[in-house]
Design a protein around this ligand. Structure first.
Ligand code: SAM
Length: 294
């Protein structure tokens, strides 16, 4: 996957996935244990996500409206539609709806300090410093990385790739418009330099500057499958996604991601996550921060 074409690909894929309006206020039917078990299988096969038994209300809440859109009377019928092979857009939409996309600017901000230090210590004239935000959600992480690199490396070559399984969040990422609420941890000087504040009907929102957006690419990558050709990265953010995977899936995902890291490059995971027992290809540098030996 080339980074220059990725943004366009995300845009067009996203544009194809339109959410129709469901009929107003039709309560979804209950979901049987057997139907719920099939949804657990569905999202596990599609994304590697393990949905615990307590997540029945989540499935009803997030997918219930889709039954109305397709005028179906049971979750079993909706599953049949998803698995018929005839509705790839609905399949993608169901995956989008079953993922959890919570994120915000400079979440777990220590990793951005580590990125700054690593970029400064390892920059090589003429070589692009490459960062991958591997479950980027709506893009705040990738743009935060880009702000740090713009500050640290300036006009020297650097690239940021943000990827996610959900086309819905990638569409938002490409747009680069956020509520101020998402930016509560964004340092004011970075806000001034890299964001445009909305006025009038756009008040309460910010837009990432065109200059920064042009240096960040987004595309769809499913970490639960063999990776497309992405090249090697100096720093990978793989944060707050492995919490949704079981140990086997974590091991497979980490092996795939590690293969993309340059010798001497770093990987960070969420602060509630750990690679303990999942790989011996990385050295632990600090909590939730690892390095591939040179
Ligand atoms: C909670 S968000 C994390 C966002 C960001 N990394 C952070 O730490 O703030 C988790 C993201 O992982 C994505 N995701 C879940 N399963 C995935 C998979 N198999 N491949 C790629 N992305 C996946 C979801 O769509 C969601 O946007």
């Amino acid at each position: 996957m080339s980074t220059s074409s990725t943004q366009g690909a995300a845009k067009s894929q996203c544009e194809q996935t339109r959410i129709e309006r469901p009929p107003a206020h039709v309560a979804p039917p209950p979901i049987t244990d057997a139907e719920f078990a099939r949804f657990q299988r569905f999202i596990f096969d599609a994304a590697g996500i393990t949905l615990g038994n307590a997540k029945k209300p989540l499935v009803i809440g997030r997918l219930g409206k889709r039954l109305g859109v397709h005028q179906l009377s049971s979750f079993g019928d909706y599953l049949k539609l998803l698995q018929s092979g005839g509705h790839p857009e609905e399949h993608q939409l169901a995956v989008d709806l079953l993922t959890t996309n919570e994120t915000y600017f400079f979440r777990e901000s220590k990793h951005f300090d580590s990125l700054r230090e690593h970029a400064l210590a390892t920059r090589t004239p003429g070589r692009s410093y490459r960062v991958w935000s591997a479950a980027s959600s709506t893009g705040e992480e990738a743009y935060g990385v880009a702000m740090v690199l713009a500050e640290t490396l300036g006009e020297a070559p650097w690239e940021v790739l943000g990827t996610d399984i959900s086309l819905r969040v990638l569409q938002d990422a490409v747009r680069g418009v956020y509520t101020m609420e998402r930016a509560r941890h964004l340092p004011p000087e970075l806000m001034r330099r890299y964001c445009l504040k909305g006025t009038d009907e756009h008040a309460g929102r910010l837009m990432i500057s065109r200059q920064l957006r042009d240096r960040v690419s987004f595309g769809q990558v499913n970490l639960n499958q063999a990776l497309p050709e992405l090249g090697r990265f100096d720093f990978v953010f793989l944060r707050n996604v492995m919490i949704y995977f079981n140990d086997d899936t974590k091991r497979q995902v980490v092996a795939r991601v590690v293969s993309t890291i340059q010798p001497g490059g770093c990987l960070c995971v969420g602060h509630s996550e750990s690679l303990h027992g999942l790989t011996d290809a990385l050295q632990s540098l600090a909590p939730a921060l690892y390095r591939r030996p040179s």
